[in-house]
Design a protein around this ligand. Structure first.
Ligand SMILES: Nc1ncnc2c1ncn2[C@@H]1O[C@H](COP(=O)(O)OP(=O)(O)OP(=O)(O)O)[C@@H](O)[C@H]1O
Ligand SMILES: [Mg+2]
Length: 259
């Protein structure tokens, strides 16, 4: 590929909640097709980082470029200012899948997946329906199109949520612990879906405690601590030969991890 410009370029990203300085300067480039696993202890800011990347949280400082275009503009005191109108398309280009699915309970699987294309992208009904059915088929749920979330298993709900994110044609997919609220026997089907998206060459950032999965699917692993990237490298480097004591301790705590 001739284009070496990162799809996502993050510099000095900072975010605090009250006195709690959660992110203290994150520098991160993500190339097209990269799959970045984000690890770190509970409370280390993994979700906050992902939420800043699609502006569900507005960063306090730092810059974010999407495909070479800097977002926001320089504002007072060094912080950047963002207009809501600018952020709406960014949230489409950087799609997110949550631990708790966040499906609309009063809509069918199809309705959930159609909603973004219909409302945000103003797609005609028939086209949005076709698109949604195609994405449900991609995650293996074509036959559940008319089911309501209450009648779906956790794994199926999460796959609908993935289809919903895909229906917006995102350039980057953010997964925030997509299997953490699932019963163990349902984890595999969701990881399988993510794996197939990886095979399609999708660009993704994935927060997960499934270290074995991260090892096999990620092209790069980051370990967050104290609001910074403490360590990063290939899965072999970070997961098999971590340099930092805290990374080693984290991996040791995940006893189920067997490479
Ligand atoms: N909206 C918010 N308001 C106030 N504090 C917040 C908010 N969101 C996160 N925090 C705080 O920021 C810190 C980082 O939270 P975050 O959810 O990013 O951590 P995490 O690494 O995703 O943790 P976990 O592994 O438990 O999901 C925590 O101390 C949390 O309490
Ligand atoms: Mg989190």
């Amino acid at each position: 590929m001739a284009d070496h410009r990162p799809l996502l370029r993050v510099r000095a990203l900072a975010k605090r909640f009250g006195d709690n300085q959660v992110l203290r300067g994150i520098d991160l480039d993500v190339a097209r097709g990269e799959r970045v696993a984000v690890l770190g202890a509970s409370g280390s800011g993994k979700s906050t980082l992902l939420r800043c990347l699609n502006f569900m949280e507005i960063p306090d400082a730092g810059t974010l470029e999407l495909d070479g275009v800097a977002l926001g503009r320089a504002g007072a005191g060094g912080a950047r200012e963002y207009r809501e109108a600018e952020l709406v398309p960014v949230r489409q280009r950087v799609g997110m899948v949550f631990q708790q699915f966040n499906l609309f309970p009063h809509m069918t699987a199809l309705g959930n997946v159609m909603e973004g294309p219909r409302v945000v992208r103003r797609m005609p009904e028939a086209e949005a329906r076709g698109r949604a059915l195609a994405e449900l088929a991609r995650v293996g749920l074509a036959e559940k199109a008319d089911a309501y979330p209450a009648h779906l298993s956790g794994g199926q709900k999460q796959r609908v949520a993935i289809a919903r994110a895909l229906a917006m044609d995102p350039e980057v997919l953010l997964f925030d612990e997509p299997t953490s609220s699932l019963d163990p026997e349902l984890v595999g089907e969701v990881l399988g879906t993510i794996q197939s998206l990886a095979r399609e060459g999708r660009t993704m950032l994935l927060v997960t405690h499934e270290l074995g999965f991260a090892y096999h699917v990620a092209t790069r692993v980051l370990f967050l601590a104290d609001g910074r990237i403490l360590e990063q490298g290939t899965p072999d480097e970070v997961l098999k030969a971590p340099r930092e004591q805290r990374t080693r301790a984290f991996i040791a705590r995940h006893q189920e991890f067997r490479l």
